[in-house]
Design a protein around this ligand. Structure first.
Ligand SMILES: Cc1cc2nc3c(=O)[nH]c(=O)nc-3n(C[C@H](O)[C@H](O)[C@H](O)COP(=O)(O)OP(=O)(O)OC[C@H]3O[C@@H](n4cnc5c(N)ncnc54)[C@H](O)[C@@H]3O)c2cc1C
Length: 291
């Protein structure tokens, strides 16, 4: 199918774009890489009267570590840019992001799809949404009155729903500190599919010992979640297996045609233990898409 008719607008600067969005209201949609929106328009799941193309807002295509060690990623940065970013840009502290990109769709999708588009789209199993929540990222939303900073844990409201207002652009995501002992792993029905369940573990390591960490899960709730019960096990010096068991016990996953709740809980257990081992350096990172 082809999309319903729409009027095309080419954005020229961030401020003018937010003013245009404010004027057009709910009748408008921003388009970045188009990898999610175009399919939704073709299926008539989205029928915007106005399409605002932000592809020429080159100031939103940036990537670099700031003076405090935080990684700043402009919204128009593609998944492939992160996947191929050299060490002197990402450094060892953010290699988890580079490795995670291999799990997103296929190469043509990664060369056009953007970080900001993925976060704004707010798919509960998207890798960027989980990474942002698990690693405590901050999202920058810019409206006609200027930017506001939103913790990732408060950004997602439900499937495909976020706190972004119709007149706001997502302009940047900031990962506040390096995560040198972090890993993402997941299970999908086929290579390149969205994950059924995904896990991110970010360990705190002192003197060669794990003294805490963050555990995040995708595919078990309407939004990506942290799991305090599993994080408490890491803080108490428990084993990776105990951490994984605590995550599985705490998870309340959906039960549907794609997989039963019991199956997803079992996936949580094995994926969290695997992510812990990869993050802790006792297992090699799995190649994206492998079982
Ligand atoms: C076959 C296939 C497989 C895929 N597999 C995966 C996968 O495994 N994991 C995964 O995470 N993704 C997957 N994707 C989605 C892909 O990652 C998209 O790139 C991403 O979800 C959206 O990015 P985009 O730049 O293409 O956004 P678009 O499609 O252009 O926009 C998506 C939504 O975000 C809004 N938007 C975009 N940019 C902004 C902005 N800066 N500010 C405000 N709103 C904005 C748009 O209005 C729209 O509602 C897959 C896509 C396909 C087609």
């Amino acid at each position: 199918m082809k999309p319903a008719p729409f009027r095309y607008h080419r954005a020229r600067d961030v401020h003018g774009t937010t003013e245009l969005l404010a004027e057009l209201g709910d009748d408008a949609k921003v388009i970045a890489g188009g990898q999610s929106l175009v399919a939704m328009m073709n299926f008539r799941l989205a029928r915007p009267d106005h399409l605002v193309d932000i592809g020429a807002l080159h100031e939103l295509d940036h990537l670099g570590v700031g003076p405090q060690g935080a990684l700043h990623i402009g919204a128009l940065t593609t998944h492939h840019t992160i996947e191929t970013a050299p060490d002197d840009v990402l450094g060892p502290g953010f290699a988890v992001l580079r490795r995670a990109m291999g799990w997103i769709g296929h190469l043509p999708i990664r060369t056009r799809g953007t970080v900001g588009g993925s976060l704004a789209h707010a798919d509960a199993t998207a890798e960027w949404c989980l990474l942002a929540v698990a690693l405590g990222a901050r999202l920058v939303a810019t409206g006609p009155a200027g930017p506001r900073h939103i913790p990732a844990g408060e950004f997602f409201l439900g499937p495909y729903t976020s706190v972004l207002a119709p007149d706001e652009l997502l302009t940047e995501v900031v990962f506040p500190r390096p995560a040198p002992h972090a890993a993402l792993t997941e299970f999908a029905a086929r290579k390149g599919d969205f994950a059924l369940v995904s896990a991110v573990v970010d360990l705190d390591v002192e003197g060669g010992r794990v003294c805490g960490g963050r555990v995040g899960l995708g595919g078990v709730a309407p939004v990506p979640v942290r799991v305090p019960e599993a994080e408490a096990v890491l803080a108490d010096g428990g084993s990776f297996a105990d951490c994984a068991a605590a995550a599985a016990a705490a998870a309340d996953p959906p039960d549907d045609a794609d997989g039963s709740a019991a199956y997803r809980r079992q996936l949580v257990r094995s994926l969290v233990e695997r992510a812990c081992a990869e993050a802790g350096g006792t297992a090699e990172p799995r190649e994206a898409g492998s079982r």
